[in-house]
Ligand binder design. Structure first.
Ligand code: PEP
Ligand code: MN
Length: 263
């Protein structure tokens, strides 16, 4: 169902007027994790000033260590909805439990399925059974074929509003947190009709690489870029090393717009 052979024209996912897959670039920013109303609203305000509408933030955080911050749960979803309503933005947030999918639809505009859950088939089926766009991240060690099959699981349940997101894969290379598989972008665009985004934060894990990798993503044909922004990354409860502060975000976004690629 997701194959370009079955449907030659691009699927377009409409998020409050942002039409992902329309050939222009779209941007998703926001903190790694929702920590408080003030924290999310501060980032949303900085985005709004730039005309940006797609806000991310994790309420359920799949952390490597069980002792790390696990997210605010439904309280986090409520904060996201409050901010989105106030700033007229669309919210993207990760859901980790199939039983939470329906409930989450009351609060968020896009269900994110994270890298660690890309082959959680019950979660994929649950996301496929609702009428909400899904942002599906590539698994940490998933091949492109496995990634496409995960999208197929969602679409097989009747939900075709899917955005694919390359977020780096695990390789032997340690210079970056993951290895951004930039060639996955044109392959996914050729093989499927779905929009493809690149998460430059989790793929690189390095602030100094966000801008060049975002430029590369756009140059190679990505429909959008995701990156994490926090009012004060040093005190962030997750991913403190790699989130941009508001000044860095200003610089990142203006440089990206100034590059010749952004439409
Ligand atoms: C995220 O985007 O918040 C996240 C946890 O990313 P990933 O699933 O790609 O690691
Ligand atoms: Mn993060």
């Amino acid at each position: 169902l997701v194959s370009r052979k079955k449907k030659p024209e691009n699927t377009i996912v409409n998020l409050k007027g942002e039409t992902i897959g329309d050939g222009k670039q779209h941007f998703v920013f926001g903190p790694c994790a929702v920590e408080s109303y003030e924290q999310v609203a501060t980032v949303a305000k900085a985005m709004k000033e730039k005309g940006l509408k797609l806000l991310r933030g994790g309420a359920y955080k799949p952390r490597t260590s069980p002792y790390d911050f696990q997210g605010l749960g439904v309280e986090g979803l409520k904060i996201l909805k409050r901010v989105a309503d106030e700033f007229d933005m669309a919210v993207i947030s990760e859901i980790v439990n199939p039983a939470d999918i329906e409930m989450a639809c009351d609060y968020i505009d896009v269900i994110q399925i994270g890298a660690r859950n890309m082959q959680n088939f019950e979660l994929l089926k649950a996301a496929g059974a609702v009428k909400k766009p899904v942002l599906l991240k590539r698994g940490i060690s998933a091949t492109i074929e496995e990634f496409i099959n995960a999208a197929e699981y969602i679409m097989a349940q009747g939900n075709g509003q899917i955005i694919l997101c390359e977020r780096g894969i695990r390789t032997y290379e340690r210079a970056t947190r993951n290895t951004l598989d930039i060639s996955a972008v044109p392959i996914l665009k050729q093989e499927t009709h779905l929009p493809v985004m690149v998460d430059v934060t989790h793929s690189t894990g390095r602030r100094d690489l966000l801008l060049p990798c975002a430029k590369a993503a756009i140059a190679i044909g990505a429909d959008g870029v995701m990156a994490e922004v926090h009012p004060d990354p040093a005190v962030a409860l997750s991913d403190a090393q790699q989130q941009m502060n508001l000044d860095q975000f200003d610089h990142f976004y203006s440089e990206l717009l100034a590059s010749n690629f952004v439409k």
